[in-house]
Design a protein around this ligand. Structure first.
Ligand SMILES: Nc1ncnc2c1ncn2[C@@H]1O[C@H](COP(=O)(O)OP(=O)(O)OP(=O)(O)O)[C@@H](O)[C@H]1O
Ligand SMILES: C[C@@](O)(CCO)CC(=O)[O-]
Ligand SMILES: [Mg+2]
Length: 439
């Protein structure tokens, strides 16, 4: 059990191949991005010791609940011989939460508040002191980069730390290499709780987004049925890919896009199943390509990868999850012969990625960026495959910085503009403050 204040952080992700099909048990490939969510947990002052406060300034939400008035009676009893939470939400608890506690909030705010309350009630107890949990993200919200999963992972990590379900990361010992069994168990537990947060936010998640946000790096992920453990293959020697990440700035909700594909599958199973199988098959091909030793990543290799990007996007269009703005991005990149483009994440708006040909001159990339900017789209600079969930505690040596970034992160109570985002990344970014520890 740790005491506040402390900070946790988790990354967003880019899905390179396989979104939507991954919900139906097909493989998908995703990597962590350098844009991240940060969650600060602080102890409330004495006059607020009986409330838990949630501050989600990115979605304009600040709300306090009296701890004693929360529906503790509806919380399912945990089985004493299982550490991991069940993978299904408890219906009685969900009903108790949605009945009155969050009814007045907008859908954007409500799903995040429900995720928080669900995890808080399951992981904490009615006698916990009053706390404030403040969340800020440098990820665009609802744009396909896994903002919901990075929030869920941060909530799960903070609440697991508060309740003592996980301990802060252990320093890796000599001979441990990258692996430490206790840290691995902690990440698995945070991931499992975050999956329930994702369920609160978008109904039927595959689990790939929270897996990447908690473990970091790049993974091939496959959801298994009938209680079998999901496949999560870390892809360690992920080749450096030249990607442009573009946000169409068309808002959409993953829950809606996933539900639309479910309806298509229900109405036209004979048509939709082969599309999902096709996405699964092309992802398996891409997986083999991405595992090739560096020496074999020649022009032909690159060409095949780009082809798979193009086919993947075509199949997503067939599923009905593209958007005219995403098509405009794809057409601009096609016209300038920059590479192949696909939507990433749930689609219906949000982001696209262009896998850039290695031989393209910088001037053409510059022109693409200018055209996209003219359409009001936003181009992100990000690197792939970074750290997963981590935490930072104030120490004597970082006390001065602690105050500086706390101010930077949490005093800006408005939606992030690009300037703010870059500023925050630079100031608080993992790697720029000493003391961040990763499980
Ligand atoms: N910074 C944030 N503060 C509070 N809530 C957030 C924040 N970021 C995301 N959320 C929650 O996540 C929801 C958006 O999640 P959604 O799954 O629709 O999109 P995404 O995760 O950005 O994209 P994708 O799932 O395609 O990767 C919001 O409605 C909100 O509930
Ligand atoms: C659309 C989807 O496949 C990816 C969202 O990032 C949904 C999921 O896997 O949970
Ligand atoms: Mg999401």
């Amino acid at each position: 059990m740790v005491s506040a204040p402390f900070l946790v952080s988790a990354p967003g992700k880019v899905i390179l191949f396989g979104e939507h099909a991954v919900v139906y048990g097909k493989p998908a490939i995703a990597a962590a991005v350098s844009l991240r969510t940060f969650l600060l947990t602080t102890r409330n002052a004495a006059e607020f010791s009986d409330v838990v406060t949630l501050e989600f300034p990115d979605v304009d939400l600040q709300y306090s609940w009296k701890i004693q008035s929360l529906p503790w009676n509806a919380v399912p009893k945990r089985s004493i011989d299982t550490v991991r939470p069940p993978s299904e939400l408890n219906t009685a608890l969900m009903e108790a939460l949605e009945r009155g506690l969050v009814a007045h909030l907008s859908p954007l705010q409500r799903s995040a508040a429900v995720a928080f309350l669900y995890l808080y009630l399951c992981l904490c107890s009615a006698d916990m002191p009053g706390m404030t949990l403040s969340v800020r993200s440098t990820l665009p919200i609802g744009a396909g980069l896994g903002s919901s999963a990075s929030v869920s992972v941060c909530l799960a990590a903070a609440l697991c730390l508060l309740s003592g379900e996980v301990s802060p990361p252990e320093k890796k010992g000599e001979g441990d290499g990258d692996f430490n069994a206790a840290n691995y168990a902690s990440i698995e537990l945070i991931d499992a709780w975050a999956f329930l947060g994702e369920r609160c936010i978008h109904g039927n998640p595959s689990g790939i987004d929270n897996a990447v946000a908690s473990h970091g790096g790049a993974v091939m992920y496959q959801r298994m049925s009938k209680g079998n453990p999901n496949v999560r293959e870390a892809m360690r020697n992920f080749p450096p890919l030249k990607l442009i990440l573009i946000d169409s700035r068309q808002p959409r909700r993953t829950a809606v896009q996933v539900a639309n594909v479910a309806t298509l599958l229900q109405n036209y199973p004979l048509v939709t199943e082969p599309i999902l199988n096709g996405i699964g098959a092309l992802t398996s091909q891409a997986y083999k390509l991405l595992l090739m030793p560096k020496g074999k990543c020649d022009d032909a290799w690159e060409e095949q990868l780009r082809e798979l990007v193009r086919v993947n996007h075509g199949l997503l269009v067939a599923l009905g999850v593209s958007h005219p703005k995403l098509e405009a991005i794809r057409m601009a990149a096609d016209e300038l012969e920059i590479g192949e483009t696909k939507l990433t994440g749930a689609g219906g708006g949000g982001c696209a990625i262009t896998l850039v040909r290695r031989d393209v001159e910088e001037s053409r990339i510059f022109e693409l960026k200018q055209r996209l900017d003219g359409h009001g789209f936003e181009v992100y600079e990000t690197s792939l495959g970074g750290f997963g969930v981590g935490c930072l505690f104030p120490t004597n040596s970082n006390a001065a910085e602690w105050e500086e970034w706390e101010e930077k992160l949490f005093s800006l109570h408005h939606m992030l503009g690009l300037g703010d985002r870059e500023d925050i990344q630079k100031t608080v970014g993992v790697g720029s403050i000493d003391g961040w520890e990763f499980w």
